[in-house]
Design a protein around this ligand. Structure first.
Ligand code: UDP
Ligand code: MG
Length: 328
């Protein structure tokens, strides 16, 4: 066993975690850039690559690429579980004193890593990459902007504005994440939620250079909802608030009708005013829709409770290869 005094002389280990789903075509560029960055940083590097059920040959290609690094760990999940579970698998397997999350598509530049490590040496436990600009356009861009605005309004700024998964965390935060039992994982906010000293580094986010985004629009939408619903119960309060307002309005309207009826009894109106069919139809559709919407929102929370309560594993590891033992 290494004594603690000896251990303090040992260089810190940095685990670079990269999840992958069908990223074969970009592997060479990715690892070239990563190798160039870590070459000049005198720390012990460990690459933790998680293959999230790739079917395009990434599995073999990545094993070959990793051989150029002295220390690595390659985790094969049994199927595609999604980006967040893949990152979580990496966190659980990483041995570093400091962990860095990097997407395989180079949208977030590995060249920012030295700056992030500098902040870590200054004592920050969480360093988040913040996008000063984005190259993405179209519907994805609109969706990203809308999500970030809504998320910050609803969650009271748990995570820095315009940030994502690209970040560095200290071992203390990694231990917290590894102990988290959440199935609806939203790491960009969760890693900040624990507290500890935090800071940001700014960078310009590129578009993907190779391949299509692996987070399909449906996956992204679900990911956004996971973020919103696991960090805010504001939608439930909106339902209660809307219900209260509608109740108040209908009481007021009932009061008006009551007064009208009294006035009619005392002969102020010769005949009762009858409301039109259109008003009635609109009201029925509106409140029917509102009810369904409210049920849908409650359903979102229930579905998440259901997922949590089942207690299924977040991911399943099929096999692990490491630089030391090659296979186990
Ligand atoms: N990814 C993954 N599993 C998935 C989807 C994505 O491991 O089910 C990986 C992907 O290979 C990439 C990272 O997660 O390394 C980010 O994916 P992508 O670029 O598609 O997402 P976006 O940039 O839109 O967040
Ligand atoms: Mg991407």
């Amino acid at each position: 066993m290494i004594s603690s005094s000896l251990k303090s002389d040992v260089r810190p280990v940095v685990s670079l975690i990269i999840p992958m789903l069908n990223e074969r075509d970009g592997l060479q560029v990715l690892f070239e850039r990563v190798a160039r960055v870590i070459k000049d940083i005198p720390m012990d590097w460990e690459l933790v690559v998680v293959d999230d059920g790739s079917t395009d040959g990434t599995r073999d290609a990545v094993a070959a690429e990793l051989k150029r690094f002295p220390k690595w760990r390659l985790i094969f999940l049994s199927r595609n579980f999604g980006q967040q579970p893949a990152y979580r698998a990496g966190i659980d397997q990483a041995s570093g004193d400091v962990l860095i999350f990097l997407d395989a598509d180079l949208q977030d530049p590995p060249e920012m890593i030295p700056q992030m490590l500098e902040k870590w040496r200054e004592g920050f436990k969480v360093v988040t990459g913040c996008r000063v600009s984005r190259e993405e356009r179209g519907i994805r861009r609109i969706f990203f902007d809308l999500f970030h605005k809504t998320f910050h309004r609803m969650t009271g700024r748990i995570m820095p504005v315009n940030s994502g998964t690209f970040a560095l965390i200290d071992r203390v935060v990694a231990n917290q994440l590894a102990a988290a039992r959440e199935t609806n994982l939203f790491l960009p906010a969760l890693k900040c939620w624990y507290g500890y000293t935090q800071t940001t580094v700014q960078y310009a986010r590129k578009d993907r250079i190779i391949g299509e985004p692996k987070q399909s629009f449906r996956k992204l939408f679900r990911y956004a909802l996971d973020g919103l619903f696991s960090f805010s119960d504001l939608p439930l309060q909106w339902i209660a608030g809307t219900g209260a307002i509608i109740c108040a309005l209908s009481f007021a309207y009932a009061g008006i009708l009551f007064i009208e009826k009294i006035l009619q009894i005392f002969g102020f109106f010769s005949q009762l005013r009858v409301l039109g069919f259109t008003t009635l139809a609109v009201a029925v559709f509106f409140f029917g829709g509102l009810n369904l919407l409210a049920l849908g929102i409650i359903g979102q929370y229930i579905a998440r409770i259901y997922r949590e309560i089942k207690g299924r594993p977040l991911y399943v590891v099929e096999s692990v290869k490491t630089s030391e033992m090659k296979e186990n």
